[in-house]
Design a protein around this ligand. Structure first.
Ligand code: EPU
Length: 417
């Protein structure tokens, strides 16, 4: 199994290109199930979750090609299976995203329940509640959600928690429902708006995406289209922290700084110098790194997907910072590994007290999820000696050759098979 070896100490400098957003490409691929026509996507990141999604579509009978130049060509003309099997869902929870499109177009779906994972329980009750309000019957049998309907109808659905994939699933299902669906307390993440843009290109009638209320007027059928996936804001944010933590100077191009307002504002408060252009940004790390507390919230606030990386930065702060995680109940596993590298972190429920000014030393560390893996690499970039990050498959789920991109910026990092 591959490992990443990092030797800390080099300030990063240069320019890095950001890939397309995994969390926008995954719902876009699922949306291809809503039509028999061809959907062509551009700027799709060539990462493990995308290949898993390709496999899932292919097993259902779709034609699905994903190229490493960022193009994906998808055609769901001949779907013979309406099932997402456990074997695929357990490696990629986002497979739940096929539920809405399958019920919407084929009136039937059987999708394995994802179960918990390294960051929390991650229920899908709101996905099911919404589909039921639209006229589907959802039952859990042998670990699978079995959903069926005579035909979905519009409904007013209030989600009591903001859920990204829940909003996406219901938005996709509603595009082919009879009448108007209103999603209240919807997620307004850029990935939701990107999906809405794709669906509109397919002929759907959607308004209000990007706000807490989304209105979808159902149509009889959708058609093919071409769509470009937005840049990955979490990858861009990860490189911004990499620049700050190494006191480097990095230009991050092909990104959308507008989607990173909360992250960049927070980084600026820690002393980093940030300049922003429409499609790029430059981060210059400064000494000292100022310790600043932070709380995660749904977009547009600071994202949970950047919490681990920010924690790595705070281990090098000049004082103490409290990091509060409000989205997932168990997303501090990286802290335990950072402590093994010499960090001073105390966890109390959903809060972590990070005391800075602690020199880190390289160690063998285990990543428990995608963003945790990235945060351990960031810690390794400033640790004395070698850090070995194990279970790199987590990293490969969502980052496109991060070690190559970091090496080009001057990091001493390699993948060891
Ligand atoms: N929740 C419920 N019921 C539901 C659905 C969600 O209670 O039916 C709760 C969850 O337990 C959690 C909160 O709602 O406490 C938010 O979860 P959400 O549903 O928004 O998460 P998700 O849609 O499963 C997506 C991203 C995650 C990201 C979260 C939060 C994709 C494919 N995944 O997950 O990305 O952390 O939103 O922003 O879009 C990652 O990329 O590393 C990653 C984990």
């Amino acid at each position: 199994m591959d490992k990443i070896r990092v030797v800390g100490g080099n300030p990063l400098a240069g320019r890095v290109e950001i890939s397309g957003a995994k969390n926008a490409a995954l719902p876009a691929m699922a949306a291809s199930l809503l039509t028999a026509d061809t959907i062509q996507l551009e700027n799709v990141p060539y990462v493990r979750d995308i290949l898993t999604s390709r496999k899932l579509l292919q097993e259902m009978g779709a034609e699905a090609e994903v190229r490493d130049d960022g193009t994906a060509i998808l055609k769901a003309a001949d779907i013979h299976s309406r099932e997402a099997p456990y074997e695929l869902v357990k490696t990629m929870r986002a497979a739940i995203l096929v539920l809405g499109p399958l019920v919407g177009r084929f009136k039937k779906a059987r999708v394995s329940l994802p179960g918990g994972c390294a960051i929390g329980a991650r229920p899908v009750n709101l996905h099911l509640m919404g589909l039921e309000q639209m006229g589907a019957k959802c039952e859990v049998v042998h670990g699978y959600v079995e959903a069926s309907t005579e035909g979905l109808h519009g409904a007013r659905i209030l989600m009591d928690t903001v859920t990204v994939t829940g909003t996406e699933n219901l938005m996709m299902a509603a595009t082919l429902a009879d009448g108007e669906t209103v999603l209240d307390n919807a997620a307004c993440e850029p990935e939701v708006s990107d999906l809405a843009g794709l669906l509109r290109g397919m002929g759907a009638q959607i308004e209000g995406d990007g706000s807490r209320t989304i209105r979808i007027q159902g149509v009889r059928e959708l058609r093919g289209c071409r769509h470009r996936i937005i840049p990955d804001r979490v990858e861009a944010g990860t490189f911004a922290v990499a620049a700050a933590i190494t006191r480097g100077d990095v230009e991050i191009v092909n990104c959308c700084p507008q989607h990173l307002t909360a992250v960049l504002t927070q980084l600026a408060q820690t002393g980093a110098e940030i300049s922003v252009e429409p499609n790029s940004l430059r981060v210059r790390g400064k000494d000292p790194i100022v310790s600043k507390s932070m709380t995660t919230h749904p977009y547009p606030a600071f994202p949970t997907d950047m919490q681990a990386q920010y924690m790595a930065l705070m281990t090098q702060g000049d004082g103490s910072a409290v990091i509060t995680e409000t989205i997932f109940e168990n997303r501090f596993m990286h802290a335990l590994e950072m402590i093994r590298m010499g960090a001073d972190i105390t966890i109390d429920g959903r809060q972590a007290l990070v005391k800075g000014r602690k020199p880190l030393t390289g160690a063998k560390v285990l990543a428990s999820d995608l963003r945790a893996s990235a945060s351990l690499i960031l810690a390794g970039l400033v640790a004395k000696g070698e850090t070995w990050v194990d279970r790199v498959y987590h990293l490969d789920r969502g980052y496109c050759r991060i070690e190559d991109k970091l090496a080009r910026l001057g990091a001493n990092i390699e993948r060891v098979s």
